[in-house]
Design a protein around this ligand. Structure first.
Ligand SMILES: [Zn+2]
Length: 238
């Protein structure tokens, strides 16, 4: 049999656990039919989606071997979210303790590394070579002293995000949306330069998506020679 691409794993006791917690939380109405599985999310993520009379539940596959109490706590927290109940403090604590446990965190980091690497394609894109651009920007703006993290294009084009530096994975990824012929090199350089500034001014969390940049960061960013033109191009790109 062909393996499913997502590689979700069965969670046979999941339905019963969720039913039980549904009752314990005092959720209103008829309980939905629970379909539960373990899912290889890139992070410690769990989701629940209610579609008509079925609740689709996915717990991070890091929780596959979690003790029953932890699975129950996770179910309670997810149900509380959808049914606007309050999960008892004991559940939050049980969950937290397990999630922050050294072994769990190590597994999450290990898994994220593996999965992130898989999502990354070669730095020599179809149009733009990130390694080459990195070296040029490094000597031009950082006196050649910036340490080079792993570089790559995203395996799929990202919609809203142009680039990301993840310090935990030590990698810069640019959206493959920018690896196109009509995207001028200075635009790719600008986005890469922005992420390189994040390498220079590390913050703990990944600098992906919308996050505030310090005034100093913005000041340094404007040193990029074609800053205004690059921003205009990216705004038009939408
Ligand atoms: Zn940024």
């Amino acid at each position: 049999m062909k393996r499913r691409a997502t590689r979700a794993a069965a969670f046979p006791s999941g339905a019963r656990i969720f039913q039980r917690m549904f009752t314990r939380l005092g959720c209103q109405g008829r309980p939905p039919r629970f379909l539960a599985e373990f899912y290889p999310y890139a992070n410690l993520t769990h989701t629940i989606r209610l579609l008509e009379d079925t609740a689709h539940v996915r717990l991070s596959d890091v929780f596959r071997d979690a003790p029953l109490a932890v699975l129950e706590a996770t179910a309670a927290i997810l149900l509380a979210r959808v049914y606007r109940r309050r999960a008892a403090r004991e559940f939050l604590e049980t969950y937290r303790e397990f999630a922050l446990h050294h072994g769990t965190r190590r597994r999450v980091t290990h898994m994220r590394r593996k999965r992130a690497r898989r999502a990354l394609s070669h730095p020599h894109g179809a149009q733009h070579n990130l390694e080459l651009l990195f070296e040029q920007l490094n000597s031009r703006h950082f006196a050649g002293k910036l340490r080079r993290p792993r570089l790559g294009w995203s395996a799929r084009p990202w919609r809203t995000q142009l680039g990301c530096f993840d310090p935990a994975l030590d990698q810069i990824v640019l959206s493959s949306r920018l690896d196109r012929e009509f995207v001028p090199q200075y635009v790719v350089e600008y986005v890469l330069f922005h992420e390189m500034l994040h390498v220079k001014h590390p913050i703990k969390r990944a600098s992906c998506g919308l996050q505030s940049h310090s005034a100093e960061f913005r000041r340094q960013e404007k040193r990029f020679p074609l800053y205004d033109r690059a921003r205009r191009f990216l705004n038009r790109l939408g």
